[in-house]
Ligand binder design. Structure first.
Ligand code: FES
Length: 322
């Protein structure tokens, strides 16, 4: 699908280090594609960096898209640009929404966010409220100054309860296990979004309390350790199904880098295995999956897809659908 041209209609501060953007189509005659809670878009910034950001707000409002972006301490150029250079009135290109963190059908929901993880979680809360599904939202922040979307959260929801929990008040997840997590219910799903460490800890607690893996759904904001530590020690060959061309992928380069060096287009966005932009079908060979965008079931399905930005091969050759 072609990129959509949008204009930054408004920007507002959302607690310490967070900025909310409202994007509207440049062409007022078009409506933005529909989206569901948990979707994200790729934002192509004027500094030639493309990043995936979760959509937030009400998924039924198609007049605009809303994002909320944290300024990352180790920003590789995406959030830094948004915070320091992007201004109201600037134009951007964005992708259509892509879904990798969808709400599944059940009776009740627990939504847990830490920090900027509130962005998809708030959209889930809006969506459940519209569907009249009961939910509890636990939002973990360092202190009240870090609360994003404060105004919306303080308005409340008809079908959901919101608890903002502050570490400086002794309310962190490590200090207190919320009562609601102590009573597993087979008709309840838990959706988690936040830093990797927070989510693993939350997983540990939930499992210790008796929740099943199938009741837990997550979206990570940080790459898996191995990608952050940079690349593997193995080399292998990637073969393109369309042309039959083969390329050697050395230990210090990703498949995406090697293909780009040979002028082969690879759709990239997060470059951390989180967004799904570069997922490509594999015809032959065994994948060493390193992405977090696919589920364990998808990674072991008959039809296999590889994240070209980070995953590698266990076999000597991989034949991919390019
Ligand atoms: S570019 Fe995002 S998963 Fe590869």
């Amino acid at each position: 699908m072609e990129n959509i041209h949008v204009i930054v209609d408004s920007m507002s501060r959302q607690g310490c280090n967070n900025i909310s953007l409202t994007l509207v189509p440049i062409d007022q005659g078009i409506t933005l594609p529909l989206w569901q809670a948990g979707s994200h878009i790729d934002v192509h910034l004027p500094n030639n960096i493309s990043r995936p950001y979760s959509l937030t707000g009400n998924p039924q409002d198609h007049s605009h898209y809303q994002l909320c972006i944290k300024k990352e301490d180790l920003s590789r150029g995406g959030s830094k640009y948004v915070h320091e250079q992007l201004r109201v009135g600037q134009t951007l290109q964005i992708s259509a929404p892509r879904q990798a963190f969808a709400l599944q059908e059940t009776t009740t929901y627990i939504l847990i966010a830490a920090g900027i993880g509130i962005t998809p979680i708030l959209a889930m809360a809006e969506s459940l409220d519209i569907q009249k599904k009961p939910f509890t939202l636990l939002y973990y922040v360092k202190n009240h100054n870090f609360t994003a979307m404060k105004k919306r959260l303080s308005t409340g929801f008809k079908y959901g309860k919101v608890h903002v929990l502050c570490s400086d008040q002794g309310e962190s997840l490590r200090s207190i296990t919320p009562e609601i997590l102590k009573t597993p219910n087979i008709d309840t799903h838990i959706y988690l979004c936040g830093p990797e460490g927070f989510m693993s800890y939350c997983h540990e607690i939930a499992k210790a309390e008796g929740w099943l893996n199938t009741q837990l759904f997550t979206e990570a904001f940080h790459p898996p350790t191995r990608i952050a530590d940079d690349l593997a020690t193995d080399t292998f060959i990637v073969k393109l199904r369309s042309s039959g061309q083969s390329y050697n992928v050395p230990s210090d380069k990703t498949i995406a880098h090697v293909l780009q060096e040979h002028d082969i287009y690879v759709p990239l966005s997060c470059e951390m295995g989180m967004c799904g932009a570069c997922l490509t079908k594999v015809h032959c060979g065994e994948i060493d999956h390193q992405d977090t965008v696919q589920t364990d079931e998808e990674k072991s399905a008959t039809e296999q897809y590889i994240a070209l930005c980070c995953s590698r091969a266990k076999s000597a050759t991989l034949e991919i659908d390019l």
